[in-house]
Write a new protein. Sequence first.
Length: 434
Amino acid sequence: MEDTIVSNSEFFQRQDDLISKVLPNSLVIIPNNLTSIRSNDTKYPYRANSYMMYLSNWLEPNSVLSIGNFNDLRETTLYVKPRDTEKEIWEGRIIGPEGALSNWPVDSSKSISNFEKSIKSQLSKYSNLYLIIGIDPEIDIIVQKYWDREILDPRLYLDEMRSIKSDSEIELMKKASSISSDAHVKAMAISRPGIGEWEIQSSIESHFTMCRSTKSYNSIVGGGDNSTILHYNSNSDIIDGTEMVLVDAGCEVNGYASDITRTWPVSGKFSQPQRDIYELVLKAELSAIEACQAGSPWVNMHKAASEVLARGLIDLGILNCSLEEALGKNLDGEYRKFFMHGTGHMLGLDVHDVGGGRQGGKPGPELKPGMVVTVEPGLYFAAWRDDISVPKKYSGIGVRIEDDVLITEDGPVVLTEMCPKTIDEIESIVGSAL
Ligand SMILES: [Mn+2]
């Protein structure tokens, strides 16, 4: 079993919490993610489903977790791939039902080949069924064969549980934050005029691997105008000595993500226009972090960042309008041409984690102690866009600064604070490993 800081008793506690929230006599079924083909007979690296990881830390594909509360007693069953010597010779060890039962937080364990038979008899004794539909279509079909009543969604409860992190989850997220911070510092240190975007990507991801972690999303390394493409990830261009690079990369540890963005000039020296934009985004970021207070609505951090950015865009002569017009009635004014995404998202087992965010213009959930959010304002002046006009000196500049923030009773705690972001710090690190 992989090292983890989360104990089996904590996993059992999560299962107990879940079954105390669902209706009496309910069965909750959580299928695991499918594997996916990369080409012919090679597969993408497998990543277990986050709900499966949250409730059982089971990481092998071809598996299903079921948790029932029949007569108020917990009944957790893990259906897993059976042992198979022939297969194991080629593909590696399979834990199997016996291994699962002795080391994982489950009450019983069976071969996945018995799933249909077992679920058929289980369903006949339960009065309610919860299933996350759409993860594994085959499981959906089997379950619906034996259940013609309404299927309920357990995510209603699970997302709320997952949005508040326990001490051990926070510890894992601190570990991920620290590895990602070091990776960014190393990448700054090897930066030089003419460096390839892929070289920076390789340095960052090799550090993740070296620390026995894995990237939690595809690394974004965009030099010059590429930095204005929000989800750029071909990382295939050479970066000119006059340009900055925007790097959005983070690793996960035991499934828990970190998510950091830094932007720096590959020469190690900010030009005045780069400095103007960088300082403005940094000011917006610090103001948004300050707004991450327990008890305040989600939208507050976005408001804080937006106000700083809108005012700054006017001061720099990029917007020629009133502050009201720049900001807009619903934070939808002129400034959105240059800051077109949200200020942050929840962070956890998924990099864009469950349980948060603004949807449909609503203020979003209240920030609570134990939540971890990202704060990531940015400004993007794409040279290739013909729908905007900005002073020439700012054309082709894109800056985003992103940190991971834990909400506590005593105010925001920046988990990624060891990753430098002041202009002085960055200028002293860039190129220092050459
Ligand atoms: Mn992010």
